[in-house]
Design a binder for this molecule. Structure first.
Ligand SMILES: *Cc1c(COP(=O)(O)O)cnc(C)c1O
Length: 422
């Protein structure tokens, strides 16, 4: 098996940089906080006791290792490569996000911070953070856009039930980007007592590196499980990319394996025009390098450099920028980035639900859609591994509406079965 130089380790020579990307573009008032966090993280990462506690909770509390599952019926239906699923959807709270929230929560406690703040879009990171705060006895404040609070009402209730305070953000587009701005403002004001738990491989150094490292366990387990259960490494790994944390966690251990193709799937939304999607790496109408919220990466922006609006049926992929490590992997060609439309994601949700009895999150369904696209053209002995980042329970309201699960649409009630509207 050929081995590539690991581009990440090469870039790690400059701390917090991934090639030209990454860095720490923040107001002076946050510099000290980021330095304190970086130092504490490096000390914790080098301490076996920290890893022992984290690994223990990942196992006994979160349910790691997650299963590696051969999707036999979906494979047969597609008639090509074998589809295997890394079941992060089986983790406590229903998605990969708890890997990182738990790691950062333990770190905050080590640093003696009693108060936790976080941002959330779809609410999954907010729920994971509120869960960890309940577990560790920490105070928890979650910033969430007004629009997202409306779209993801159930997750708001879950966070409150877990003891978190959910603060509504009505500035700007009242979504994730605005929630991050408010959380950063809070952090500047309360930096002595407060730790900011960031939810994806985004933001200023050390977040992209730290978040990736907390999710590396996905790829580490997947590598071992593939060798044990299939006797070989996968030919392709597919993961959806919002900020990029589940994807980088799945990809990282395979970066040196030249035989393993890595495909990240962005939100193609409802069209290729700016504002219609969140496909930062799209060739035409996609993003350009720029700084957003502390890091240098690809950013969807207009000709004047104004951050553009985004659209996706899945709130978790609906963000104008992307983790800086993905920007590097994109430019170097080590990973490929494609997009799937809202419609393809909805169809993939139905396909996986009906062939395997697994309802994926809408974010995750983008990765399933790409696997369904490529598998038929591949050999039956080849393997496509999909990182199944989360389960679809949180999306049931959207799915009910989009797939007419409540029955026929009002205008032709009684005449069309749910299938006909797919
Ligand atoms: C939040 C979320 C994502 C997107 O975030 P990444 O950081 O890109 O992984 C994907 N899938 C699920 C289930 C999520 O909750």
């Amino acid at each position: 098996m050929a081995t590539l130089a690991n581009p990440v380790e090469m870039a790690a020579e400059v701390k917090g940089r991934f090639g030209a990307y990454g860095g720490r573009y923040v107001p002076e008032t946050l510099m000290a906080a980021l330095e304190e966090l970086e130092e504490a993280y490096e000390r914790a990462d080098a301490d076996p006791a920290f890893h022992a506690e984290l690994d223990g909770l990942l196992h006994h509390y979160c349910g790691r290792p997650t299963a590696m599952y051969f999707a036999k019926r979906l494979t047969e239906q597609l008639g090509g490569a074998q589809i295997w699923l890394k079941r992060e959807d089986l983790l406590h709270t229903g998605a990969h996000k708890i890997n990182n929230a738990l790691g950062q929560g333990l770190l905050a406690r080590r640093m003696g911070k009693q108060r936790i703040i976080a941002e959330t879009g779809a609410g999954q990171h907010g729920v994971a953070t509120a869960t960890v705060c309940a577990l560790l006895g920490l105070e928890c404040v979650i910033y969430m856009g007004e629009e997202d609070m409306r779209r993801q009402e159930l997750n708001v209730y879950r966070m409150r039930l877990l003891g978190a305070e959910v603060r509504e953000v009505s500035a700007g587009s009242a979504t994730l980007k605005d929630a991050i701005n408010e959380a950063m403002r809070d952090w500047v004001t309360n930096v002595r007592t407060t730790c900011y738990i960031l939810g994806s491989a985004l933001g200023a150094h050390p977040y992209p590196t730290m978040v990736r490292n907390f999710h590396r366990v996905i790829g580490r387990e997947a590598r071992e499980q593939m060798l044990e259960q299939a006797g070989r490494l996968p030919d392709v790994i597919v993961a959806c990319v919002g900020g990029g944390s589940n994807a980088i966690g799945a990809f990282y251990e395979f970066l040196p394996d030249a035989s393993v193709r890595l495909i990240g799937v962005e939100a193609g939304g409802r069209g290729s025009g700016l504002g219609e999607h969140a496909a930062r790496f799209q060739k035409v109408g996609g993003g350009l390098p720029g700084v957003l919220q502390g890091t240098y990466s690809y950013v969807l922006q207009d000709e004047a450099g104004q951050v553009s609006g985004t659209h996706s049926v899945s709130a978790g992929l609906d963000y104008a920028s992307v983790g800086p490590e993905h920007a590097m992997l994109h430019d170097s060609g080590r990973a490929e980035y494609v997009s799937c439309s809202d419609e393809e994601a909805l169809q993939a949700t139905v396909a996986l639900s009906r062939t395997e009895g697994i309802v994926p999150a809408l974010e995750t369904a983008h990765a399933v859609a790409e696997a369904m696209r490529i598998a038929p053209g591949m050999g039956k002995d080849e393997i496509v591994l999909v990182n199944l980042s989360g389960r679809g329970d949180k999306d049931m309201g959207i799915l009910a509406r989009e797939l007419h699960l409540g029955g026929a649409p009002a205008e032709n009630k009684g005449t069309s079965a749910p299938e006909e509207s797919l």
